[in-house]
Design a protein around this ligand. Structure first.
Ligand SMILES: [Zn+2]
Ligand SMILES: [Zn+2]
Length: 176
């Protein structure tokens, strides 16, 4: 299965990885063969994933072991496309054998030349939660709103004001 948007992102990310000297021509060719896909649309915590084929425990993973690189479908929309490129870069770093988010991984990740994209994760997460929210937990004192899928039922306090948060349903007027 091919997807034009995902192919476009890949065709931009791989040359950057070559310029950064993170991959060889051979590795670039192998990365091109990895199927691209989307994670489920209503995911709010996961933004992208590099899926490996099951293999023996403790065995070093290589590009050939990658089953799929998948990105959140919302990330390929115009507003988040810069973040989608960074997500694909991040997953390709996993694909070339950097399995854990250790110090080495973070140093490689930091080589991505788009500073805004590198810091977009928090905002994208907030956007996804906002989209999924059915309830707003609101502080009656400072008016800070926390969009959530469930009611708080008086169990949570505003971190700043130490006042119980109030539930209100997300209305049609609420700007997502
Ligand atoms: Zn990761
Ligand atoms: Zn408050």
């Amino acid at each position: 299965m091919t997807n034009r948007k995902l192919d476009e992102i890949r065709n931009l990310v791989l040359p950057v990885m070559r310029i950064l000297d993170l991959i060889s021509i051979e590795e670039e060719e192998k990365l091109k063969q990895i199927p691209l896909g989307y994670i489920r649309k209503n995911a709010t915590r996961m933004h992208a994933v590099c899926r490996f084929k099951p293999g023996p425990k403790g065995y070093t993973k290589t590009i050939e072991d990658v089953k799929e690189v998948a990105i959140h479908p919302e990330a390929v929309n115009e507003k988040w496309i810069h973040y989608a490129r960074f997500l694909m870069f991040h997953e390709y770093l996993h694909a070339i054998g950097n399995i854990r988010h250790d110090a080495v991984f973070r140093r490689l990740e930091d080589l991505w030349p788009d500073e805004v994209a590198k810091n977009a994760g928090k905002e994208f997460g907030r956007f996804l939660r906002n989209r999924a929210a059915k309830w707003l937990w609101t502080c009656p004192k400072c008016d800070k709103e926390h969009p959530r899928t469930r009611k708080s039922n008086g169990r949570y306090l505003c971190r700043k004001c130490k006042v119980t948060l109030i539930d209100s349903p997300v209305g049609q007027t609420h700007d997502l």
